[in-house]
Design a protein around this ligand. Structure first.
Ligand code: GLN
Length: 504
């Protein structure tokens, strides 16, 4: 039985665990073995990696079989004790920006090489309390800055659909691990699209909840007013199960955590879509959108009409401004957050230096990669005396207008739909030397991030190079259950989310 465990989604695997048809130890062992032995073409990650590569796609940055199996045995003991929680024994991979006691945490940066946290991030702890077993830590762009996973200091991740292409970013390792079925699910973080875009590029489902719904405690900070944790899995049903455990207040440890009780996001999965008003923002369907992506999105919207939804034309007039606004605010916050990496308290310290200031300089020059340095410089500049008003303050004002535009739109519709990204996953190296080209590709995910709204990506077809296309659904604040329901009904009527890369 256990040879095809990876073909099951979270919900089906959890049911088997509860029925004691398979043990948590067997399930964890199955996925670990898969990560170790599955091979694919284009194994170039190994040559760039400072650490051993654990799987053919470079999806994992660390695996520790003993730690995983110890967690799995504890889950089996809970099942034996009659603990029938919906997630007990389900293996999960965590993005390497969540600190973990049992595994190293690098956030894809040399700065944190060899770092081990004395505690678990709240998201990790909440999922562990629910009985999830950690399979390992997944690769990401350094400190979550990027859209292709190519900014990881330990080498790129290969997209399981085409190993010559990027998996998206910054949660590229999580997306690739789920797409290659090396893990039934994974956590991710989304500051400007880092769950939704890699989910779209790898043909899986991913959701970022309302800002403040998931705790940021123990999540290595990038842009604190934007950072939000979420989950990635084959289906919306799987995501609903995981998100219910992951979200919840943590006000004592995260000052922006919302004091709202956890919800059961699976509760609305059966609701019919009749009468659902789906807003279609015209700015998401302009010139920059690839014809291949557009065709897949249009077909998905037709499917929604068949399911009883009505399409309502809406406008989000400041969509284009989301790029400059985000790329002022996120670096500004990053430049402040990253000042904690000084060689004194955490991780890397230069081995040769003359005095304290020289130690800071050399440590940061050695520890951070190019993109992180670029963001620190931009962020420091826009916050500096004389430029603060012109850039940072101005960006904050437009951010507010972007949030207001969404509220006007939600007066006319229940959810908003559009593409996740203008194109399918691009080739490794194609945009590696062009940071602005990477930034522009974030256009459709940044607006919801700036407004703090929940967003979901679900597979809805294929575009150029037979690569997956993702449909984005954006909800109003606390609209996660509605998004998951809308995605689930689509997935009951179609089978795009069941498609897997060849050989998987
Ligand atoms: N691509 C965006 C950036 O580079 C978003 C990253 C993210 O959401 N962490 O900042």
């Amino acid at each position: 039985m256990s040879h095809d465990l990876h073909q099951l989604g979270v919900a089906a695997l959890a049911a088997k665990l509860r029925a004691k048809e398979v043990s948590a130890t067997e399930a964890a062992g199955h996925f670990l073995k898969r990560a170790r032995t599955i091979d694919a073409a284009g194994r170039t990650a190994a040559t760039l990696s400072a650490q051993p590569v654990h799987d053919a796609w470079g999806a994992f940055l660390s695996i520790d079989e003993d730690a995983t199996l110890a967690q799995a045995r504890a889950a089996d003991a809970r099942i034996a004790d009659g603990d029938a929680g919906p997630l007990v024994g389900v293996p999960i991979a965590h993005k390497d920006v969540f600190v973990t006691r049992d595994f190293p945490t690098t956030a894809g940066s040399k700065m944190l090489a060899g770092y081990r946290s004395p505690f678990d991030a709240t998201v990790v702890a909440r999922l562990a309390d629910a009985g999830c077993v950690t399979l390992g830590k997944t690769s990401c762009d350094e400190l979550a800055m990027g859209s292709s996973n190519e900014n990881c200091a330990y080498g790129p991740v290969h997209n399981p659909w085409d190993t010559a292409r990027v998996p998206g970013g910054s949660s590229g390792g999580s997306a690739a691990a789920v797409a290659a079925r090396l893990a039934p699910a994974a956590t991710g973080t989304d500051t400007g699209g880092s769950i939704r875009q890699p989910a779209a590029f790898c043909g899986i489902t991913g959701i970022k909840p309302t800002y403040g719904r998931a705790s940021r405690y123990g999540m290595i900070a990038y842009g604190s007013s934007l950072d939000q944790a979420g989950v990635m899995a084959p289906s919306a049903e799987d995501c609903a199960l995981l998100l219910s455990a992951l979200c919840g207040p943590d006000v004592a440890r995260d000052s922006t955590s919302l004091d709202v009780p956890p919800e059961d996001y699976s509760r609305a999965l059966g609701d019919a879509l009749a009468g659902l008003r789906i807003g279609i923002p015209k700015e998401f369907f302009g010139e920059g959108l690839g014809a291949d992506v557009r065709a897949a999105i249009d077909a998905a919207l037709k499917e929604y009409e068949k399911l009883g939804a009505t399409l309502v034309p809406i406008s989000l007039p400041r969509t284009e401004l989301a790029i400059p606004v985000y790329y002022v605010i996120a670096p500004a916050e990053a430049s402040s957050n990253l000042s904690r990496f000084d060689g004194v308290k955490f991780g890397h310290r230069a081995s040769k230096y003359t005095d304290l200031v020289d130690m800071y300089k050399k440590t940061r020059a050695e520890g951070f990669g190019d993109e992180v340095k670029r963001r620190i410089m931009v962020g420091t500049y826009v916050l500096s005396h004389g430029y603060y008003d012109a850039y940072y303050l101005q960006a904050q004002k437009i951010r507010r207008m972007i949030a207001d535009d969404f509220q006007q739109a939600f007066a006319q519709c229940d959810v908003i739909a559009g593409p996740v990204a203008p194109t399918v996953a691009w080739k490794l190296g194609e945009k590696a030397d062009d940071p602005v080209a990477n930034y522009l590709a974030d256009i459709f995910t940044l607006p919801a991030s700036l407004a703090g709204l929940p967003g979901l990506s679900l597979p809805c077809g294929f575009g150029a190079g037979d690569m997956p296309v993702g449909l984005q659904l954006i909800g109003n604040y606390f609209g996660e259950a509605k998004l998951l329901n809308a995605a689930h009904r689509f997935q009951q009527a179609t089978d795009w989310h069941m498609k897997k890369p060849a050989g998987i």
